[in-house]
Write a protein that binds this ligand. Structure first.
Ligand SMILES: N[C@@H](CCC(=O)N[C@@H](CS)C(=O)NCC(=O)O)C(=O)O
Length: 240
């Protein structure tokens, strides 16, 4: 069996891996794990990842979780262009710096924005107070400023003149609040121009294909009450 990727394109790290593999012509079997249907909680998927989370990479008997590790594995196993993970010591360290930073900052804020604004009320039928949503969006705003001022600065891309894993991971995060209807690029011309460059570098067709699910998140059908009971505690833990 060749490379298998267990993904749900609703998930931002899954989108990054999907785009990376497609863009670089890496052959893989897509194993869709529909989070909204609770497929990640099945016994069969627990055999693949006991943590019951996507993304997961399976390469023969080798199983790898954690999106950053998966992206680096693909970068090293397949001969992808250097710009994704530059050879230059300092450019590479800047990609590492961004990947280490984003997990507890941009990832958390973008995830919370999506769930507080759309997924909890629309999909889960759970009310979110205006105060909670306001705090979430204010925290997102602070993080976007850090992304712009500390990481992007006046560069074309986060780690220099070319697109890297840092940009790919960042854009797939930002499309979460975009999917929730947040105007994250409004009033941020530098970030908006960067988004255009990233989209062009990825290719607009692939970019749209990977983001179709999240851009329709607002149309999610309400979950049935039995599944909601199983999903809600996991979701609340995930968006803490
Ligand atoms: N740190 C992990 C996060 C994995 C993760 O939280 N995946 C989410 C989707 S973005 C998931 O599968 N959630 C299901 C759950 O927590 O029940 C990574 O970057 O791969």
């Amino acid at each position: 069996m060749g490379l298998e990727l267990y993904l749900d394109l609703l998930s931002q790290p899954c989108r990054a891996i999907y785009i990376f593999a497609k863009k670089n012509g890496i052959p893989f079997e897509l194993r869709t794990v529909d989070l909204r249907k609770g497929q990640h909680l099945s016994g069969a998927f627990a055999q693949v990842n006991p943590l019951q989370k996507v993304p997961v990479l399976k390469d023969g008997d080798f199983i790898l979780t954690e999106s950053v590790a998966i992206l680096l594995y693909l970068t090293r196993k397949y001969k992808v262009p250097d710009h994704w993970y530059p050879q230059d010591l300092q450019a590479c360290a800047q990609v590492d710096e961004y990947l280490a930073w984003q997990h507890t900052t941009l990832r958390r804020n973008c995830l919370r924005a999506l769930w507080h604004k759309v997924m909890l009320p629309v999909f889960m039928g759970e009310l979110v107070s205006p105060e909670t949503l306001g705090t979430t969006l204010a925290e997102l705003d602070v993080t976007l400023q850090v992304l712009e001022d500390k990481f992007l600065q006046s560069k074309a891309f986060l780690a220099g003149p070319h697109i890297s894993l840092a940009d790919l991971v960042a854009i797939t995060e930002l499309m979460h609040p975009v999917g929730a209807g947040c105007q994250v690029f409004e009033g941020r011309p530098k970030l908006a121009a960067w988004r255009q460059r990233v989209e062009v570098a990825i290719g607009e067709v692939l970019f749209q294909e990977a983001h179709e699910v999240i851009l329709k998140a607002k149309d999610s059908q309400p979950v049935d009450p039995t599944l909601k009971q199983k999903l809600l505690p996991k979701v609340l833990a995930m968006i803490q």
